[in-house]
Ligand binder design. Structure first.
Ligand code: S3P
Length: 436
């Protein structure tokens, strides 16, 4: 039986202190998968504490990959790679709530000469998978689904390379196809319409794979040759920028905020949030910028300032896809409000995030206009404490805990346990940083 946790968030005066974020979720998934198909041992430090990344590790174990948590700490994972051939699973691969797990791992199981069934929770079972089914089928995999949704039954084997222009901007799909490209004969070419996070490309190189990348218009193309072997790595995973977004937006709510975030992922394909928040009036300085395993990592010093408004559209919608819920949740407190357009993808995330944001903002008394592809949230509004329904979506639960800091009265976040999907310690860390 699922037990619901309700967290009460009281209004705050300021955000102050320092916080170390869990390892980046996108990188953790990719490293766990690639460690499994590499030769030799990998050691992954600061592996994400989120339940989604545990789902990936669980699936890898079901595919015959041995791994353990190190005696040095729970978040250090040691993986004994099997090389590119995995073992047939004896039970369905449980991807839980994780779209990244089911989509990216489907590229690897499509290259295996056995059948795998991939299942997920209620939310995952509603999410569209044609975006991976179609190209993987063209490459030669046989995939059964429930009208394009999970469970997926994937029978793989040797694949044909593909030249594929992705119709949706999705780093999960790009990564899935690059992984499948490792199992294909010849060279696979993937083109994305706008640039999405490139952790798949960076991680593949780190594991010894050669690939070519170049810009194409607003997007990019990546080419990968099949049959390459991977070697194990020793890596330290930088702090998750999409999780940091909650505290950055919290700091933006109060002019007197002072926040430090060490060891944070600063990959340019993820860091658009920092530009946007700076344009809106938050003071952010980056110290100790360095490159670790191909990923930029830095420490942030943040001071509150003004909170103007902004418009997020075009390629920004893809670049900020995971941060839009929290930006939208603080939008009523901005001077000019926030407009979000071209963000239809939000409708097919862990919840319909356009509807989840609009409904909960209205519960707090805000005026919101909802569109098929976005929202307009006028600025200069005050919010009242309310009962929030996150629709079992981790990012909605956390986004509204931030809005609650400047509401009048207490806010009840129902189903607060969903935060554990990406950030189990979120409410503790928020409490530590909040001055009342
Ligand atoms: C992710 C890509 C994004 C993002 C998700 C993680 C990734 O999804 O929303 O949280 O790690 O590649 P899409 O690729 O489906 O846009």
């Amino acid at each position: 039986m699922k037990v619901e946790t309700v967290v009460v968030v009281r209004p705050a005066r300021n955000i102050r202190g320092s916080v170390q974020l869990p390892g980046d979720k996108s990188i953790s998934h990719r490293y766990a998968m690639l460690s499994g198909i590499a030769e030799g041992t990998s050691r992954l430090e600061n592996y994400s504490t989120g339940a989604d990344c545990a789902s990936t590790l669980g699936c890898m174990r079901s595919l015959g990959v041995k791994w353990q948590r190190s005696s040095e700490g729970q978040n250090v994972i040691e993986v004994q790679g099997r090389g590119t051939s995995l073992a047939p699973p004896t039970a369905p691969l449980d991807c839980g709530n994780s779209g990244s797990t089911i989509r990216m791992l489907s590229g690897i199981v499509a290259g295996q000469s056995f059948t795998s069934e991939m299942i997920g929770d209620e939310s995952l079972s509603r999410r569209p998978m044609e975006r991976v089914i179609k190209p993987l089928t063209t490459m030669g995999a046989t995939i059964e689904s429930q009208q394009g949704k999970p469970p997926l039954r994937i029978t793989g084997g040797s694949l044909k390379s593909i030249d594929y222009k992705m119709p949706v901007a999705s780093a999960q799909v790009k990564t899935c196809l690059l992984f499948a490209g490792l199992y294909a004969d010849g060279e696979t070419r993937i083109e994305e319409p706008v640039r999405t996070r490139d952790h798949g490309e960076v991680a593949l190189r780190k594991f010894g794979v050669q690939l070519q990348r170049k810009s194409v218009g607003t997007g990019a193309e990546v080419r990968i040759r099949g049959g390459q072997r991977l070697h194990g790595v020793e890596a330290r995973i930088p702090g998750d920028l999409s999780s940091a977004a909650f505290f950055l937006c919290a700091a933006a709510l109060f002019p007197g905020s002072q926040l430090m975030i060490p060891n944070l992922l600063m990959n340019p394909t993820r860091a658009r949030l920092l530009d946007i928040l700076m344009q809106m009036g938050l003071h952010i300085s980056v110290t100790q910028l360095e490159e670790i395993h191909g990923e930029l990592v830095g420490s942030l010093e943040v001071e509150g300032g003004s909170l103007k408004g902004t418009t997020i559209s075009g390629s920004d919608a893809a670049a900020l896809i995971d941060e839009i819920p929290v930006l939208a949740a603080i939008a009523p407190f901005t001077e000019r409000g926030i407009e979000v357009r071209n963000a239809k993808e939000l409708r097919v995330k862990e919840s319909d995030r356009i509807a989840s944001v609009a409904t909960n903002l209205r519960r707090m008394g805000a005026e919101v206009k909802e569109f098929e592809d976005g929202l307009i949230i006028p600025g200069g509004q005050s919010l009242r404490g309310a009962e929030i329904d996150p629709y079992s979506d981790h990012r909605i639960a956390m986004a509204f805990a931030i809005a609650a800091l400047r509401a009048q009265g207490d806010t009840l976040i129902r189903g607060a346990e969903s935060a554990a999907i990406s950030y189990p310690a979120f409410f503790e860390h928020l409490e530590d940083l909040t001055e009342r």
